[in-house]
Design a protein around this ligand. Sequence first.
Ligand code: G3P
Length: 217
Amino acid sequence: MKFFVDTAEIAAIAELNDLGMVDGVTTNPSLILKSGRDIIEVTREIAELVDGPVSAEVVALQADAMIAEGRKLAAIAPNIAVKLPLTWDGLKACKVLSGEGFMVNVTLCFSANQALLAAKAGATFISPFIGRLDDINLDGMDLIEDIRTIYDNYGFETQILAASIRSVNHVLDCARIGADVMTAPPEVIKKLASHPLTDKGLETFLKDWEKTGQKIL
Ligand code: G3P
C-alpha cells in the first residue's frame, strides 16, 4: 500500500520523505488554509520535494472553470494530480483532464456508486473519506471494501486512495482490504511505529544493560 501524506506542511513532509515513507502528498483547501501559504507556491515546493503524485484541489464548481483551474494547477509540475470534487461537474472535468493526460484525484467520495462513476470518467485516484463516514455512525471501511470489490469485478484501474484516515487502525484495515493508497496526517503515520510493548521491552533491556556495566562505543 502506498503512503501519501495528507498535509501542506513542508517540514513534516520532508521528515517523512527522508525516511522513504512518502509515495505522494494530498492537499485540500482546508490544509492550504492551515499552512498559511499561497497554494501555487506551496504546491510547487511540495512537488519538487517528493517524487510521487501531489494532489492540488480546484475550488470552482462549474466544469469549465474546474478544467481551467485544473490546467493551471497541473502546470505547476509534472507530478501534480488535479483534485476534483465528486459532483456531476467534477466528473465532466475529470473526463476532460484525464483525457488530456493529467492525473486526476476525485475527492469527497462517500458511496460506491460515486466511485464507480469516477472510474468510468477516467479518474487516476478515487478518494473515499473514511473518518467522515465514521463521524456520522456509518462504517467507512465498508465503503473501501465495496469499492475494492467493484473495481476488481470489472478491472477498473482507478486507484483507491483511502482518505480521512484518523487512526492507526484505519491504516491497518485499509491494508487488509487492499486499498492501493492511504493518505494520512503525519502524526498518524508516525504513530504506526508505536507499541506499548516496544516501549516496555526497551525499558527492560536498557535497565539490564546498565547492570552489565558494559559500553558498545
Ligand atoms: O484527505 C482528506 C482529508 O484531508 C480529510 O480528512 O480528517 O478532515 O476528514 P478529515
